[in-house]
Every structure is written in C-alpha cells, then in structure tokens.
Ligand binder design. Sequence first.
Ligand code: NOJ
Ligand code: CA
Length: 514
Amino acid sequence: MNEVKWLDNAVFYEIYPQSFNDTNGDGIGDFRGIAEKLDYIRELGCNAIWMNPCYDSPFLDAGYDVRDYYKAAPRYGTNEDLKALFGAIHERGMHILLDLVPGHTSWEHEWFRQSCRAERNEFTDRYIWTDNTWEAPEGMNALIGLAERVGACGVNFFSHQPALNYGYYRPKPDKPWQQPADAPGPKATLEAMKDVMRFWLNMGCDGFRVDMASSLIKNDEDRKGVIALWQDVRAFLDREFPEAAMVSEWGEPDKSLQGGFHMDFLLHFGPSHYNDLFRCDKPFFGGSGDASEFVKTYRENREKSGGKGLMCIPSGNHDMYRLAKYIHGDGLRISFAFLMSMPGAPFIYYGDEIGMRYVEGLYSVEGGYERTGSRSPMQWDGTENAGFSSAPAEKLYIRLDPDNDRPTAEKAMADPDSLWHEIQKQINIRMEHPALQSKGDIDFVYCEKDSYPLAYVRKDGGKKILVVLNPSGKSASFAFSGVPGKAVYSYGGAVSAEGGIITAPANSAGWYLL
Ligand code: NOJ
Ligand code: CA
C-alpha cells in the first residue's frame, strides 16, 4: 500500500456542511460558507478536513441517503463550487476527505427504482433482494410491498436505505438469492462504487471517510469477505490514485487496516471502550472514571494490527453526544491534551474547539433523532444567529443553542485563556515533535484501574516525550524510572519528580522531554 505522507502530521476537522456557515441566507450551510472559514480552521492548526456527505439526497438521514453520487446537493452548491472548494483547501496546504456511503443508497436512487422493476435489467441485482416478498434477508430489516418485483429488499440502517449488494461471504445453497461476492451483480456494484470514487478523486478530493465500511459483505462474521473487498479497492486506488487517503468507520483496526485503510476510528460503538473516556456516567476525563479498559483494548489493537496504520480518536462526531455534555472546564482542556498527544490522526468535531454544547430537547431533523442536538449551527460570533446565517431564526436548519451565553468562536479567539487557544497551542506543539504525531510509538507507563493519572511515553527515533494527564481533582503519583525534562506543554502546573515518583497536580496535563 502506498504511504500517504501528509497523514503523518494530519490533524482533521470534521465539517457537518449543513450547520457550518450559510452564505445565501437559506438557513443551511454551503460550500461557499466552508471556503470562507478555511482560514479559521487553519488558524486553529488543523490541516485536513473530513466533510459529511454533500451529494444529492432527499435528506432523510442528513445525506447518508444518497440519490445521486455524482452530483453535489444543490443546497450546498454545484459540482463546480465543490471543485473550487477543493482548490481553496489545497492552496492552503490542506487536504479534504469526502464521505463515501457505499453500503446503501436512498430509496429514491435511480438504481433502486430500476431494481424494483419486475423485468430483469442492469440493476436487478444491485441490491439485496430475497426471492420471497414475505421473507426478509436474515439479520436485516427489509422493505416489502414497494416493488413490482417479487422479493423483500434488505435495508442497512433506516427503512429508506436499501442495502447495496456486494454479495455474501458464505451464501447458503438453499437461498439462491444470496450471491457470492464474485457473482456478476455484486461485482458490478463494486465497480460502480469505484467509479464514484474515481469521479471525486479526479475532481480533486484527497480521499474518503467510509461509512459503515465493515458492513458491505453479508454473513461475514470474521469480516474476511469485506477485508478482501477493501483490499481490492486499495489495489484499484494504488493503480489509479496512489495518493488517496482512506479512513473507515469500522472500529476494529486489526481488520480495517488489513483491508488497506490507512486509518480506522475508535468509536462510541464496538469494543474500543472509547465511551469510558468521554461519554458515560463517570468518564475518565470527567475526573472520576477509569481508563484502564480503554488502554488494554488500545494496546491489544495496536499489537493485532502490528503497528500498521493509524487508529484515530475523534473528539466527537455527528452521531454522538457533544464532548461538552459530559466534560467541562479543565476536563475539556485535558481531554484535548490527550487527543493531541495520541498516535493516529486526531479528529476535531466542528465546534468542540469552543466547547459547543449538546442542545437538549430538539425535535429530530433529517433523521438525527437524539443526534440532532450535536448538529446545531456553528456559533461564530455575537451577531444574529451567532453569525451562522442571515435567515430568520425559525428557518435555520437546526435551532441554535438558545443560551445567550453560548460559546462563540469570536469570544474564544479573543480570550488567550480559552479552550480554543489551548487546542491551538497543543496542535502547534504536536507539529513540532514527530514523536507526538500519527506514527510515533506509544508505551503506556501508568494506567491503573480507577486511578489517576494516565501516563504514556511517545517515541520517534531517539526522541521521547512523557505525557502525564491528571483530570482528577487531586494530585496523583506514579512510579517512573526516568526523569522528566523540559515541559514542551503544560496546563495546570508541571509535575514534580522525586525518588522515582512522579506527582501530577490536580487538573493538569503535561508533555515532557525525556
Ligand atoms: C453512520 C453515519 O455516521 C450516520 O450518521 C448514518 O446515519 C449511518 N452511518 C447510516 O449511513
Ligand atoms: Ca446556504
């Protein structure tokens, strides 16, 4: 697999396009709005962007229900506008990943319409159909009664998202509608998806975040089938777009990285224990939780994946509660001191850098349900609609955080002690030290059940940096044979070292040369 050099020090910023910046007053963010804010993102220190789906869609799942893979959603702009955005991003030395949704389409997609027809056609096998209207594919919900053809069509997520057919790893002989991955239908689906990738890579995007990447092949418990599928995609990319960067929504790095992804997310679902840190009753970074299970799984994952590829830890995303719902004050700064000092490329969810809150009590918008409160408009400044849009407040895509005291980027940037400046500082320091970046090694030196601090050593070549994080309200000590040198970063006071014991002040974080 080709190395993608820029990932070595990439720090990503996730943009949910509908909520970022609206420039034409229709209450919905747009490409031009993103272009206007690139300098803001760059100033924070991020050098890469992941943008959620921006394709034509009926938006029953915020765009994860694609109606036309080749067309930008008119509400965001045209394909030309998007191309111009790619250009503006590259001019600033930044990169952008689009969101690829290969597992399903909208039920309004032309492929699905054709696939519903009784008469056999090019798209008959594009989706997973049983041969009996009353029998859903095992383990899946299904659409029934919508088509002229006989059969039930499996869905991947919501009912309006019919599952594309990439085949079954072990098709059952008594179920002839289950096709192997190398049957003509599944092969054509995969070729069609490669063509979608080709289209956007040719237009200038730098790669993809892949939605539900592990789910494409069915009856594939060990994921052998889907790993092979992604290896095939990687081979295609290596041939045609060797620079294309890929990150999977998967959560099992030992498998996804084998499939040729450069990066996999550790997420709020799956076995990572990510929630123990940030999102549970007692999160570790909230000051009275436990990080030991997270560290145990993290180590196992690293071992299983042979240190190959990056495990990426996001501050949040559009599917989970905002970080600031559970973590406050110093805890937020120390959370970022962790995120910005871990291996893998960090991902900052828009607004987390100013401590944007989860907006409680909203009605669901575009299939958001409880996720809606994490998708509210970016809060830029103190003007109308927090500077997000000139539309009347009731026309905004999602209601703003109603608190008059809501954080804004303007306030955060004006205050040298803000979370924003803390993160900016952390990113700048990360950029100066390869040991802290994506590929630097990690050794956990202290992480005991229900105790603080969390300490690890990052390494690159001969350079070593000790990271000590104590988000608890009490000072905390651990035995360590080395002597921490100069602090390249510290918040809340530096550690003291005496007789092989290191003590970190309450609510502190520090990165020390060794
Ligand atoms: C994961 C995406 O992140 C989420 O927003 C979406 O609803 C589902 N996949 C279905 O595509
Ligand atoms: Ca707009």
